[in-house]
Design a protein around this ligand. Structure first.
Ligand code: 5GP
Ligand code: ZN
Length: 131
């Protein structure tokens, strides 16, 4: 059983922010910023690509509501909501989860920067994706 399934089954303790029949939200143990929260389905599914649409929508609906509450109650000035999918994208726990990462003007321990990459031929990219 994966570590998040153990948390969902209360075999491992966690700080529960929100829970319903389908979704659990807990404080991330690493707290990359103050209030960093993980939203996950209770059903085990590896990641967003493997999840059915209903599961993703339930998580995202909860994440949207929780993000608003977290931003209001922490005084954050912004928030990142993201999911890492696959090892190359930084996924370390193979149970779908969405990070809610409140952002502050100071003391942020996260840097999400879109660096410049070599220019791509957009027509070629489009053809590859859309066929
Ligand atoms: P990923 O790297 O897969 O996108 O994110 C996994 C997250 O789960 C990490 O931010 C990590 O800190 C968190 N995490 C891993 N193990 C535990 C745990 O036992 N309890 C809690 N609350 N968070 C965990
Ligand atoms: Zn699991």
């Amino acid at each position: 059983m994966c570590i998040f399934c153990k948390i969902i089954n209360h075999e491992i303790p966690s700080s529960v922010v929100y829970e319903d029949d389908d979704v659990l939200a807990i404080l991330d143990i690493s707290q990359v910023t103050y209030g960093h929260t993980l939203v996950m389905p209770k059903k085990h599914v590896r990641n967003v690509l493997e999840a059915d649409e209903e599961t993703v929508l339930k998580c995202m609906a909860a994440a949207k509501k929780l993000a608003a509450r977290i931003v209001t109650n922490t005084g954050a000035s912004g928030v990142n909501i993201l999911t890492n999918c696959g090892e190359s994208a930084g996924q370390s726990v193979d149970h779908l989860h969405f990070h809610i990462i409140p952002r502050y003007d100071e003391n942020d321990c996260i840097d999400i920067t879109f660096n410049e990459s070599p220019k791509q031929d957009l027509d070629e990219v489009l053809k590859k994706i859309c066929g």
